[in-house]
Design a protein around this ligand. Structure first.
Ligand SMILES: [Zn+2]
Ligand SMILES: [Zn+2]
Length: 310
């Protein structure tokens, strides 16, 4: 006799429960997967948008998550400089020549005080002029400098130029923009901002122009047009700190040419020329000569740091 299969009734309670449980579990899993699909799609879309705006994210979000270190003392800081270094090193008041930004001596300041009350503010630009700019005026009209080129602030210029600490360009630009707003009215702001260009050899060697890293954000702060390629350096001039002023001028006199396609932007314009460090002023003088010859109305230098002596 054929063995009788277990009756459905006999297996039903346990097996049926298991079968129903398995079916319900499968349905729940399917629903979860289905409900997750739009979330996954939304996430993927958000990631695509994030990638599209990656530069902005890196600028605004990452500093909150991964704080920087202070460029001078190395302490944790979300800004390029910590609060202590900012207060200690940046805010030294200096009386500077309005043309070349060289610090004026205490003797000059003392002698000037006797005339200060008899002059109006409009005479200030002519009054605060060093002897070199009085005797042999350079081609540029004015220079704004943040501070002297000396320790420890020289580390900032060196970090930007040689260690690719690119955020320092924005730091310098922000401070220069504030100084410009303190020094000039709306009419005194440049129409066009250009960096002191590097030679082709130097550009290949370094990979970036540190002056452009300051010039571009500075132009944004001043609502001016920025042109990275308007001026081209055609002569690679060697360091010339030991040469006299006339020799330096001759050496860099033919160093720059303007892009013919952009040259019309210079005519009648107030041009701001940006550099990280101003030493003798010969390079900026030669560049201003070139810009004035092309029709620039006024040339103002914006330099982060200025060597105290020629
Ligand atoms: Zn610090
Ligand atoms: Zn001067």
């Amino acid at each position: 006799m054929t063995p009788v299969a277990a009756p459905d009734a006999a297996r039903s309670p346990a097996r049926e429960r298991a079968r129903i449980t398995a079916r319900i579990t499968a349905q729940i899993t399917a629903r979860k997967t289905a409900s997750r699909a739009p979330a996954v799609a939304r996430c993927a879309r958000a990631c695509r948008q994030a990638r599209a705006h990656w530069p902005r994210l890196t600028h605004f979000v990452l500093p909150l998550v991964f704080p920087n270190r202070c460029s001078l003392c190395g302490n944790l800081s979300r800004a390029s400089l910590c609060v202590s270094c900012d207060a200690a090193y940046w805010n030294e008041p200096r009386l500077r020549c309005t043309v070349c930004a060289v610090p004026l001596s205490r003797a000059f300041r003392t002698a000037d005080q006797s005339h200060a009350k008899s002059h109006t503010a409009s005479h200030a630009a002519a009054r605060y002029r060093c002897s070199a700019c009085t005797q042999s005026p350079p081609a540029f009209d004015a220079t704004l400098a943040l501070a002297d080129y000396r320790a420890p602030l020289d580390l900032l210029a060196l970090g930007l130029k040689f260690r690719a600490r690119l955020a320092l360009g924005e730091e310098f630009a922000r401070r220069l923009a504030r100084l410009a707003h303190d020094s000039f009215d709306a009419q005194g702001m440049p129409d066009l901002v250009v960096p002191v260009p590097l030679s082709r050899e130097r550009m290949i060697e370094r990979g970036y122009n540190q002056a452009w890293l300051i010039a571009r954000p500075l132009a944004q702060h001043l609502n001016a047009r920025a042109e990275a390629t308007l001026v081209r350096r055609v002569l690679h001039t060697a360091p010339q700190s030991k040469l006299d002023r006339d020799t330096r001028r001759r050496n860099v006199g033919r160093a720059f040419v303007l892009d013919p396609a952009l040259e019309c932007a210079v005519q009648g314009a107030h041009v701001g020329v940006v550099d990280d460090v101003m030493t003798s002023g010969a390079t900026l003088d030669a560049l201003a000569h070139t810009l004035k010859a092309a029709g620039a109305r006024r040339v103002t230098n914006f330099v982060a740091l200025r060597t105290p002596k020629d």
